[in-house]
Design a protein around this ligand. Structure first.
Ligand code: HEC
Ligand code: HEC
Length: 351
């Protein structure tokens, strides 16, 4: 059974990797570009961020488009049972992760096999999911929408539900100037929302902008971080978006990147997650195996012993005195962005 499931997952992933992107962009080519129609006061990236990865001139960002994507993100009627929305597993108060849950509940209380990651700064990310199996933010939602342990809704049904709702129809008309709601427009609207979720107002950012100063402990923590962690968790996004083996013992035949590439060298590699808002999104790692930052640090102290293929860039013989541990944790706390988790642009529109 598990094997069949895995094959199915693989199959779906491969379809995902190939087809939808092609259909999406084939249909783009036929359309005339959408003129920017709305005055935009959109979430802006700060000067200390690199250029974004996501850039689709066909999908012009607008406040109305983000708003439409937000409605879809919080809409439970996009699931088979009408009980699960994207936000069921991606909660704003936890930087759009599912706090306290190693595995989230989808329809019928089903659980998946991976931890729900926090969502922010997605416009900078070249690949998605822990194994990077999805290579475009616009096709990403097809996975949770259709997955039988997440929302369980064939895309065609999603289109039917959204397309038969008068309010949605009017909104799509306004944003994309279309009379017909298709999967492409739904995915575009969701991408407008997800790529606008910028988290760049943590204390760390305000220090860079000379609006705040680190305490001595945070400064020492930053030094430790630069030495031991920044090679993979690269500022200012706190990830280099590479796939690495950070020394976790493999559990449940979960091989990460290998599932996608089938390259032996990729066994046990996972996408380096950003450490922004890390305080808000326990438990940690792709399977939520660690409850706390302390457990994560204990892992890195011993990581080289755990795994024969552990990345050479991992901390070597890391030892942390109680003070150093406190410094490092204090620095990590400066990555928490309170204004992101309270930004009304991203909050539940039904409340
Ligand atoms: C049942 C829980 C659940 C639901 C519902 C859900 N997600 Fe997720 N989401 C996850 C999990 C688990 C992952 C990691 C999947 C993996 O790595 O294979 C994920 C990954 C993602 C990612 C990739 C993040 C990254 O850093 O790679 C994005 C983006 C995302 N989800 C957006 C959405 C959107 C949009 C919806 C609604 C259409 C949605 N999710 C619905 C659980 C969920
Ligand atoms: C060689 C690259 C590398 C280095 C160096 C590294 N990490 Fe990681 N880190 C990873 C990868 C890869 C993951 C995801 C692993 C997984 O989920 O299987 C990760 C996950 C994490 C997580 C969990 C994030 C989440 O959202 O669940 C935390 C916290 C973390 N690292 C902190 C640190 C700290 C602190 C340091 C320095 C002491 C550090 N890392 C050094 C690669 C690295």
């Amino acid at each position: 059974m598990a094997v069949i499931m895995l094959n199915l997952v693989l199959h779906i992933r491969h379809i995902l990797l190939g087809l939808p992107l092609v259909t999406l962009f084939m249909s783009c080519a036929k359309d005339t570009p959408i003129p920017p129609k709305f005055l935009v006061a959109l979430p802006q990236a700060p000067a200390h961020f690199p250029p974004k990865h996501y850039d689709n001139p066909q999908n012009t960002l607008s406040l109305e488009g983000i708003e439409l994507g937000r409605k879809l993100f919080y809409d439970k009627s996009l699931s088979q049972t009408g009980e699960i929305s994207c936000a069921s597993c991606h909660k704003q108060k936890a930087a759009f992760s599912d706090p306290g849950k190693a595995f989230s509940n989808g329809i019928y209380g089903r659980k998946g096999q991976r931890h729900s990651p926090a969502l922010f700064n997605l416009a900078w990310q070249p690949r998605f999911h822990w194994d990077g199996g999805i290579n475009h933010i616009e096709i990403q939602p097809i996975a949770p929408l259709q997955d039988s342990s997440e929302m369980g809704m064939p895309l065609i049904n999603v289109v039917r539900v959204v397309g038969s709702d008068q309010k949605y129809k009017e909104a799509f008309k306004k944003v994309f100037d279309t009379d017909t709601v298709t999967d492409k427009w739904i995915l575009y609207a969701l991408a407008q929302f997800t790529t606008s979720m910028i988290s760049a107002d943590a204390k760390y950012d305000r220090v860079i902008q000379n609006k705040a100063v680190f305490t001595d402990s945070e400064k020492r923590g930053q030094q430790l971080f630069k030495l031991q962690c920044a090679g993979c968790h690269k500022p200012p996004l706190f990830s280099d978006f590479s796939f690495r083996n950070n020394g976790l013992p493999i559990k449940n035949e979960e091989y990460g990147r290998f599932i996608i590439t089938q390259d032996e060298a990729d066994k046990g590699k996972f996408k380096v997650p950003s450490l922004r808002n890390i305080q808000l999104s326990p438990p940690y790692m792709h399977d939520g195996r660690f409850e706390s930052i302390d457990e994560v640090l204990d892992h890195y102290i011993a990581a080289q012993n755990h795994h024969p293929k552990a990345d050479a860039g991992l901390p070597q013989n890391l030892k942390l005195t109680p003070n150093e541990r406190a410094d490092l944790k204090n620095f990590l706390e400066t990555l928490t962005d309170e204004s992101f988790i309270s930004n009304p642009l991203f909050s539940d529109p039904n409340k």
